[in-house]
Write a protein that binds this ligand. Structure first.
Ligand code: NAP
Length: 330
């Protein structure tokens, strides 16, 4: 189908907030967009395109992928949109990708070896149709590979110009500190740690966020909506096209138990008092700490995306609202 040529909204930088990523020179949008779900070739391409372009029109400059999202489909779809619609805006856009989970058969298509990471980055660049990505991540620590080797591969990616910055994902505080030290010794700073963080998953508060602050590394919080749990999606039942109903992602029906639904309803009341949606409350909550550089969201429609991006219009949570939320969560 022929698409109307895209011209970005002239006001695209009017309402997004940008936060410094650790002590680097890079500013990230407070809300960035990831293509883990809903970006495979069985999804409607026009919807994928509409979400990416609407996000960019609203100041989302950072799009997050990984080699294995949709088995490579997500990078191909993002790559097509970058090529056909966003080529002229490449210097206004950050594209991140990762390697670390199973991607191809055999001993060189998984985990954290130099062999895997650098081959995977070349494959990602082909799928994305790019000369370089902005951030290349080690997707998870590998207990079987020396950290020096995995970090050496990230440093090579940066030194070869195939990535501008190095990042780590799902690394706990101690390994983050070691990784950052190894990278620093190779002249490549560790830009960012991407880890799961939401009202329902607060492990980063137990040391990671403080460690990142101390080391001057940014924090990108993924799944701030707990895959849709922290939205109005499930408050009145399970919609047929939702992740729980379709089995996409890893949200399980058992997670929708009575205790969780009671909490969600109580949180929803706090959101209503702020004239916000529950999704907006969840995002504002994750962003209440300025050490959180960005929340990294997904969406299955432009309407959801718009709703999430409207979070910033309401202003930050008050201390009283944070206390009310704490009471619900405790
Ligand atoms: N580094 C890692 O290991 C890792 C792991 C996982 C994810 N990530 C990154 O994080 C990104 C986000 O992950 P995610 O999509 O699971 O996170 P999420 O933002 O917590 O969940 C997104 C889902 O929530 C629902 N939703 C979103 N906005 C909504 C709104 N305003 N109102 C109602 N429902 C709404 C939708 O569910 P439905 O689909 O049911 O409509 C949507 O697909 C990924 O794309 C990826 O880039 C990284």
């Amino acid at each position: 189908m022929f698409n109307t040529p895209y011209l970005a909204d002239a006001d695209r930088y009017a309402s997004m907030q940008y936060r410094r990523c650790g002590r680097s020179g890079l500013l990230l949008p407070a809300i960035c967009f990831g293509v883990w779900q809903h970006f495979s070739h069985s999804d409607d391409y026009s919807k994928c395109r509409a979400m990416i372009l609407r996000a960019f029109d609203r100041g989302v400059t950072h799009f997050d992928a990984a080699n294995n999202y949709g088995g490579g489909d997500a990078e191909e779809i993002l790559g097509r949109i970058l090529r056909e619609d966003l080529a002229r805006y490449r210097d206004e856009i950050l594209v991140s990708t990762k390697a670390g989970y199973t991607m191809w058969p055999g001993p060189y298509g998984d985990w954290g070896s130099r062999k895997y990471l650098l081959a995977s980055l070349d494959q990602s660049l082909k799928r994305l149709g790019l000369d370089y990505v902005d951030i290349f991540y080690s997707h998870r620590p590998d207990p079987g590979t020396p950290l020096e080797e995995t970090m050496g591969a990230l440093a090579s990616a940066v030194q070869s110009g195939k990535a501008l910055y190095a990042g780590i994902s799902n690394y706990p505080p101690d390994q983050t500190e070691q990784a950052a030290g190894i990278l620093r010794a190779m002249g490549v700073p560790c830009l960012v740690n991407q880890s799961r963080y939401s009202m329902f998953h607060r492990i980063p508060e137990e040391g990671l966020i403080a460690k990142l602050d101390e080391l001057g590394i940014g924090f990108v919080a993924f799944q701030p909506l707990a895959q849709g749990l922290l939205t109005n999606r499930y408050i009145d039942g399970i919609p047929t096209e939702s992740r729980v109903a379709t089995g996409k992602g890893s949200l399980k029906r058992e997670q929708l138990n009575d205790a969780t639904l009671t909490r969600l309803r109580a949180l929803n009341e706090i959101a209503k008092d702020r004239r916000q949606s529950l999704a907006q409350l969840a995002l504002a909550w994750a962003l209440r700490d300025e050490r959180v550089t960005s929340v990294l969201i997904g969406a299955s429609s432009v309407a959801q995306l718009e709703n999430s991006l409207d979070t910033l219009a309401a202003g930050p949570l008050s201390d009283g609202e944070i206390d009310r939320i704490e009471q619900v969560l405790s």
